[in-house]
Design a binder for this molecule. Structure first.
Ligand code: AMP
Ligand code: MG
Length: 407
């Protein structure tokens, strides 16, 4: 039996550097950036107007008011998307539309609302004084050319995609999503929706795995519930090893008479790195490798399965995709928390902010078969080996579930 820290070290040592691929900027949602996005030009790229109105020389508007407007002569119209060839001299102006480049000589824009309006006339009455630079967006005021905007390793959301598009990136280099094969084994398992016979239970773990795999960003290549038989396990695994970067299984990996998963892994030539980890729940945890495919055999009890997925598989998927897994944090216990002399102890739990402090409440359902404990959980709490229990008020280590909200 190895420690949780040793298990993590071994797994990390087997993860290869992430590979990149090119995708259209439209298809990059949720992907992880593999290169830097730099400002290919200053932003704004050229001086332009923030308002629909009149490009003027500010000093020509001095004293203008509704009662005493200033009349300027009209030099033309600059719509957005055109180049500004006009030159504005003393007493002159031109109509200008939001985003259009400022003409030479003009240094401010009067909003159309502060004028006699757009028209065909050869002059316009300006009814408000403007100061220099008013309503003008200057080149480079937001971003200088060459500035690094997004670093590799960032997941791309609306903000990042918008910024990439702003600077003309039609395609982005992103890290490949790992292919993942999922299976559950157990003669007692049937699919939700089917009718239960005596002794049967519904397969829930595989649905949890599929949800988590998709959420973290992997591509599911295979997903199947298998009988506790060497043949069906062998058939599935031979194909899964070919097709996948990762294989994750639930059940059949402990000491039961029909727990064939590890045997079959070994028969198929899977190299075993470990099979037991000093943790509760989740002691029978297999980790191995075959032809570059990493294989996790997770125990079948639903809380064990979920906890092991989040502790080991989720961060592995993140690393495969060029992400850096987030660190655990600490919170203050609102209740006591069990401790094991030889094992790390995990419980699902709920954390929240109490002022500036994070407080944590473990689920009262301690059994690794009690998956309804996941309903109140936004975190996995853990105590190190020790002579505990940890008392209410003591600090506890917390893995926030990445999709949950902290209130
Ligand atoms: P095992 O690891 O195969 O010994 O299974 C441990 C416990 O988890 C047993 O009570 C199983 O019935 C249950 N179990 C195994 N696989 C699943 C699954 N896919 N969904 C829900 N419970 C399961
Ligand atoms: Mg079983």
């Amino acid at each position: 039996m190895i420690s949780v820290a040793e298990a993590h070290k071994i797994i990390q040592g087997r993860i290869r550097s992430p590979e990149a691929e090119t995708v259209k900027v439209n298809d990059a949602t949720g992907r992880v950036l593999a290169h830097e996005i730099v400002a290919t030009f200053p932003q704004p790229r050229f001086d332009n107007t923030a308002m629909d109105g009149f490009a003027v020389r500010a000093r020509d508007t001095i004293g203008a008011s509704a009662d005493l407007p200033v009349t300027l002569s009209m030099k033309g119209v600059i719509p957005a998307g055109s180049s500004a060839d006009t030159v504005i001299g003393k007493g002159e102006c031109c109509q200008i539309m939001t985003g259009a480049p400022m003409p030479e000589g003009a240094d401010a824009v009067v909003m159309v609302e502060d004028s006699s309006g757009f028209g065909d006339s050869s002059s316009v009455d300006i009814s408000r004084e403007v100061v220099e630079k008013e309503n003008v967006r200057y080149s480079g005021e937001e971003i200088a050319e060459g500035e690094t905007l997004i670093h590799p390793g960032n997941r791309l959301g609306a903000g990042e995609i918008g910024v990439a598009a702003t600077f003309g990136y039609g395609e982005l280099e992103v890290y490949r999503r790992p292919n993942i094969a999922l299976f559950a084994t157990g003669d007692e398992l049937i699919e939700p929706g089917e009718e239960l016979k005596p002794g049967q239970i519904y397969n829930s773990n595989l649905h949890v795995f599929a949800e988590l795999s998709e959420r973290v960003g992997t591509l599911i290549t295979m997903q199947r519930v298998l009988k506790d038989s060497r043949e069906s396990l062998k058939d599935f695994l031979s194909e899964a090893i070919e097709k996948s970067n990762l294989i994750v299984s639930s059940g059949g990996v402990s000491m039961g008479k029909h727990d064939y998963v590890r045997d079959v892994f070994l028969e198929l030539g899977v190299k075993e790195y470990f099979w037991k980890v000093a943790q509760k729940p989740g002691r029978p945890l297999f980790f191995g490798e075959s032809g570059g495919t990493l294989i996790f055999g997770l125990p079948g009890n639903p809380v064990s399965s979920f906890t092991c997925f989040m502790e080991y598989v989720w961060p592995t998927c993140e690393r495969f995709m060029g992400l850096t897994p987030i660190n655990k944090v600490t919170a203050r216990l609102l209740e006591s928390f069990p401790q094991e002399t030889e094992k790390r102890r995990y419980l699902l739990g709920h954390v929240e902010m109490d002022g500036r402090e994070m407080v944590a409440k473990p689920s009262g359902k301690y059994g690794s078969h009690m998956f309804t404990s996941a309903l109140m959980a936004n975190a996995i709490l853990e105590s190190p080996r020790g002579e505990g229990p940890l008392k209410s008020g003591q600090e506890i280590t917390v893995r926030l579930l990445p999709w949950s909200e902290l209130q």
